[in-house]
Design a protein around this ligand. Structure first.
Ligand code: CA
Length: 710
């Protein structure tokens, strides 16, 4: 057995264990209905390079026939070559371009042998309808067609003939959709804007480190029976103002505003798979990390998923409402994999181009979803960049959280960063920079280890998370807040945003805006559940203390603060670790619980206020941190104390003293002598003075933060 990989238009690499067993003169290269002669063969370590007399035509598949075995020669590597890009790469705008007089359609597929535009009256495939079919014409891989008519209200798909198969695919650049995303819609975007949307402006953000991100989902935030919201589980639900639970406590948007965060990060809001959630009757629960159409909102979150304008209008209404209240809105984007490779529109239009494959032809699986996209290929990179830019420009989205960012390549992330910068407002860009086993050289992967090559792109800081609350993969593992010892140095490093504060030259990050500081997110156990699992003997009050200290560290450290929604009232998912399909009962924000943990809510509110009003916690470069942050020495075990000194980052307070006590007992800490104002202790946090202290030997309660200033 051997594998065959096309490396150039006229070169095929044959891979096998013993290359001397392969007699290349007996091999036949078949490309469509033609044979291509082999001119010569070069022997390398584990491979033989066949040089062909003529170029391979990529409109046909290519096979090697050898000793009665036929092996497909995989095109993947060819798509990375300069010559391929010279012939076929285009920076032209793709998609459907509507005007009242005509509509232009453009789709890219150098591999297709023909593409027809199929025009439908309905967006619903369950209605029997024979579409009108129009052949498109090709130039250098771009297929186009202009129809001189007003097509407003029609739906369309592409019928692509490629490698002898006919596929019906939705335009990957579709910006409007019919029910369940099966057909793209042609609409007049002027009719899809709420009133005054053109005047909508994002709240000001001076530095990325000023952001306090709050992660939630459109469905979870309002589904609870006592959310007080009319449009439960919909975009409009989160846009409802002044909502209250039956106990009179604020819910949903009002609750977020009460809490005081700056950014709401929404779990997937692009169109996700109809298999996960049927838009016709969205009873089946799914987080939505299985993209189907990348450039259009999810239908189940709209009040009428059949009308393509509704979901667009309603998401924009949400954005506008949030902006009006001073909240920014970030979206979770999942370009690293798709729901299902075979049924994927990109794959149906140009098989093999948009995904990574191993040399044996099976799909690369660093994402755990058996189809890693290939961001390093120029047209996939363009697709990602175009898509992100579109959301920022059309929907006024303020930030992007890249799911499994480590699957992507560094250049793509930097190009996205640059493109977003061109909009001249600070747009957040961050993601999961995990080191993943995908078919990409280590030095090109957009993961934490390569953060130096990706300025101002943030990474979820799992060192921060694991050292404070305990390792997420070991249920019983404790962290600093639950009494695990010896973590002081790691946590000190986290407090400075894992930048090179200590001048060791090997820091994880270069700037604090690269560190997304967090202790819980939608993945893994909630903070409350984790603390319960790892501290079976702790009572409720002790767990609450650990919970408060965890996010107190997040909210007083340098970097970008990130909170999982509901943490402010000790959210539980009843021990369910991966609740992707667990339904509303497990996932929804339980507005009853808010009243049970009102003291925790008040505490979180106070810490957020402290961070927002005091720029010392939000320094934006390592030099400033070196100059203004000083750790106290001679602190007891499991205690960390530092001073943000000399009006750090133009703070109004001269010196701010922060002490974390991870011990289950009171400690005394020697502090600089003086009159100190205490603004946070075990029970209260904020900017108001709780009491004052004069002296240099300060007592701190068990499991808590204290913040003092002078
Ligand atoms: Ca959908």
């Amino acid at each position: 057995m051997f594998y065959a990989v096309v490396t150039q238009f006229n070169k095929i690499k044959i891979i096998l264990n013993n290359i001397y067993e392969f007699h290349w003169k007996n091999a036949v290269v078949i490309n469509g209905n033609k044979n291509i002669d082999i001119l010569q063969a070069d022997f390398e370590k584990n491979s033989i390079i066949l040089l062909l007399k003529n170029d391979i035509n990529i409109k046909d598949e290519c096979f090697i026939l050898y000793n009665n075995t036929t092996v497909k020669a995989i095109y993947g590597q060819l798509f990375n070559t300069f010559e391929f890009n010279r012939r076929y790469y285009t920076d032209e705008a793709l998609g459907c371009f509507y005007s009242q007089n005509s509509t232009l359609f453009k789709v890219w597929s150098p591999a297709a042998s023909s593409i027809n535009l199929l025009l439908y009256k309905s967006g619903d495939p369950s209605i029997d309808e024979r579409p009108a079919s129009f052949p498109m014409s090709e130039k250098n891989g771009v297929w186009s067609l202009k129809i001189d008519n007003n097509l407003n209200g029609f739906f369309y798909t592409y019928e692509v003939t490629v490698y002898g198969k006919k596929n019906e695919a939705v335009d990957p650049y579709a910006k409007a959709l019919g029910i369940n995303g099966h057909r793209a819609a042609i609409i007049d975007f002027n009719s899809a804007n709420p009133n005054n949307f053109e005047k909508d402006i994002s709240p000001k953000l001076e530095n990325l480190t000023d952001a306090i991100i709050y992660e939630t989902s459109i469905r979870d935030i309002s589904m609870h029976k006592d959310s007080g919201v009319q449009n439960k589980g919909k975009f409009l639900g989160l846009a409802e103002e002044n909502t209250k639970s039956s106990k009179g406590l604020s819910t949903c948007l009002s609750h977020i505003l009460e809490l005081g965060v700056t950014h709401v990060q929404l779990m997937p809001i692009y169109d996700f798979s109809y298999v996960s959630t049927d838009e016709r009757n969205p009873v089946k629960y799914n987080w939505g990390y299985d993209p189907q159409n990348y450039n259009c909102p999810e239908g189940s979150y709209s009040t009428n998923p059949y009308n393509p304008i509704t979901r667009i209008l309603e998401l924009k209404t949400l954005v506008q409402t949030m902006h009006k209240h001073g909240l920014c809105i970030n979206m979770d984007v999942v370009y690293n994999h798709v729901f299902n490779l075979e049924n994927e529109n990109l794959e149906k239009i140009f098989p093999g181009y948009y995904f990574r494959f191993y040399e044996n032809g099976t799909p690369s699986n660093g994402s755990g979803c058996s189809n890693d996209t290939a961001s390093e290929r120029l047209m996939m990179r363009k697709f990602i960049v175009d898509s992100v830019y579109y959301w920022a420009k059309e929907y006024h989205i303020d930030g992007f959280r890249f799911d499994l960012m480590g699957i992507h390549d560094i250049t793509t992330m930097n190009v996205v960063r640059e493109k977003l910068n061109s909009l001249n407002r600070p747009i957040m860009l961050y993601g999961e920079g995990w080191n993943l086993n995908t078919m990409l050289p280590e030095e090109l992967k957009a993961n934490m280890k390569n953060s130096i090559k990706m300025p101002h792109i943030g990474h979820f800081n799992d060192i921060f998370r694991n050292s404070i609350r305990g390792n997420v993969f070991i249920k019983e593992d404790k962290g600093f807040v639950s009494g695990k010892e010896g973590l002081e140095e790691i946590i000190k490093n986290c407090i400075v945003g894992c930048t090179d504060y200590f001048n060791k030259g090997n820091s994880l990050f270069q700037t604090p805006d690269q560190s997304i500081n967090y202790v819980s997110a939608h993945d893994n156990n909630t903070l409350w559940d984790k603390l319960e699992f790892s501290n079976p003997d702790a009572d409720k009050e002790e767990l609450k203390a650990m919970h408060k200290l965890s996010n107190a560290i997040v909210l007083t450290s340098q970097g970008i603060a990130f909170l999982h929604s509901g943490a402010e009232f000790c959210r539980t998912k009843y021990g369910v670790e991966d609740s992707v399909k667990s339904g509303d009962a497990v996932n929804c924000m339980d507005w009853d619980r808010k009243s049970d943990f009102l003291d925790v809510m008040e505490y979180y509110k106070g810490l957020i206020k402290l961070r927002r009003e005091h720029s010392a916690f939000r320094m934006n470069n390592v030099d400033m941190i070196r100059k203004h942050l000083e750790f106290l020495s001679n602190t007891p075990k499991n205690v960390i104390a530092f001073i943000l000194k000399n009006y750090a980052n133009n703070d109004t307070w001269k010196d701010i003293l922060v002490i974390y006590n991870g011990n289950k007992k009171k400690v005394k800490v020697s502090i600089p002598e003086g009159y100190w104002n205490i603004v946070a202790d075990k029970y209260k946090a904020g900017v108001e003075i709780l009491r004052t202290f004069n002296g240099n030997y300060f007592e701190v309660d068990d499991i808590c933060i204290n913040v003092l200033y002078r």
